[in-house]
Design a binder for this molecule. Structure first.
Ligand code: NAD
Ligand code: WQD
Length: 331
């Protein structure tokens, strides 16, 4: 039996593929390289020293999905494939709804046809919206302030509906906080196309000298030093969270929603200081106005992940920065 990893050439999918292969799982990757490249697949092979099947194509291509499920005995789907840039989703809402929601529906239809009943889904802390108190617990109400966020809210509801209708279906909806870092080998990591939206890839480009400074969005929040606080989580810890979710889903039916974070908040200035220490490079910054849509602080209550999945994050912010710098600043 195999595990299908959609979006497995991407940032989180590639790290999860490495961890799955390391545990002896047989995996198949489906990706259309819309935000990744074949190099990442080479990286997975190099680190794991294992082989896997790869299908290049779009998850909305029903004929391709049918072929993937007919040619393989697929037990579970770990579903990473999706578009994820918040700003772009505001410019191109139809593209985001089509890719993320329609894509997920296509996969679920094909799973139904082939009697595959486990899905681990990449949701996001973005579903907590802008007015829940911190730390966020899984039972809080969900909402969104942009199309990207709505795709995650809707897909969560779709999966709950699927589990309601089919009592044999298992879905684990993993709400990621802020994934950063890279594999400790320095072989795979995050490689965004164009100007980065998220802070870590931006810091990388400042540390490498490609950009001359970081804009720190807001220094007047009610936080430890006035800058935004987030729950950064090492991508390898996050990957391991998927293995724990898969083990859980193999034994339990129904839908469960679980936060994957560390439970600790780090400010922008604390992150910059940690990166400078880990990399030995300067990260000059200037204060800029608050970014529209940002909240002051966001971190997870991680007790459910520990209780339900037996999982908790192992790495701290210094590990995340050191592993990132090894990947990002290699010659
Ligand atoms: P990523 O862009 O690196 O990986 C996504 C992969 O999916 C890419 O390789 C892309 O080519 C592929 N893809 C996109 N649309 C596809 C389609 N229609 N058919 C086939 N392949 C397709 O992103 P990531 O950071 O690895 O994120 C993975 C998932 O986790 C996404 O669903 C994202 O929304 C979610 N998520 C990410 C973060 C984050 O900060 N990185 C936070 C919360 C949730
Ligand atoms: C982190 C902190 C910024 C850039 C986003 C998505 C969310 C999820 C993860 C997918 C904030 C500050 C940033 C910069 C800065 N993705 N910042 N200068 O906004 O918490 O979450 O990515 O699901 O949906 O919204 O992450 O990395 O953009 O910002 O000062 O150039 O860094 O204000 O405090 P965010 P981020």
């Amino acid at each position: 039996m195999s595990v299908l990893v959609t979006g497995g050439a991407g940032y989180i999918g590639s790290h999860t593929a490495v961890q799955l292969l390391g545990c002896g799982e047989d995996i198949i990757i489906l990706d259309n390289f819309s935000n990744s490249s074949p190099e990442m697949l080479d990286g997975i092979r190099q680190i794991s020293n294992k082989t896997f099947k790869f299908y290049e194509g779009d998850m909305r291509d029903g004929a391709l999905l049918d072929r993937v499920f007919s040619e393989n005995d697929i037990e579970a789907v770990i579903h990473f494939a999706g578009l994820k840039a918040v700003g772009e989703s505001i410019q191109k809402p139809l593209e985001y709804y089509d890719n993320n929601i329609n894509g997920t529906l296509c996969i679920l239809e094909t799973m139904k046809k082939h009697n595959c009943k486990i899905m681990i889904f990449s949701s996001s802390a973005t579903v907590y919206g802008n007015d829940n108190p911190i730390p966020f617990t899984e039972d809080m109400k969900t909402s969104a302030i942009n199309p990207y966020g709505w795709t995650k809210v809707f897909i969560e509801h779709i999966l709950e509906g699927v589990c309601e209708a089919d009592k044999d279906f298992s879905a684990v909806l993993l709400r990621y906080f802020n994934p950063i870092g890279a594999h400790k080998s320095g072989i795979i990591g995050e490689k965004p196309n164009g100007i980065p939206n998220n802070i870590m890839p931006y810091i990388m480009k400042v540390a490498s000298g490609e950009y001359d400074h970081l804009n720190v969005f807001g220094n007047d929040y009610d936080t430890v030093d006035g800058t935004g606080v987030r729950d950064y989580i090492h991508v390898v810890d996050l990957a391991d969270g998927h293995l724990a979710a898969l083990a859980y889903a193999r034994k339990h039916k129904g839908a469960e929603t679980v936060n994957l974070g560390t439970g600790k908040g780090t400010s922008v200035l604390e992150l910059v200081a940690a990166y400078e220490k880990a990399s030995g490079k300067k990260v000059p910054y200037v204060f800029a106005p608050r970014r529209q849509g940002d909240i002051a602080a966001c971190y997870a209550d991680v007790s459910k992940a520990k209780k339900l999945l037996g999982w908790q994050a192992k790495y701290d912010i210094d590990d995340m920065c050191a592993d990132n710098a090894r990947w990002a600043l290699k010659e």
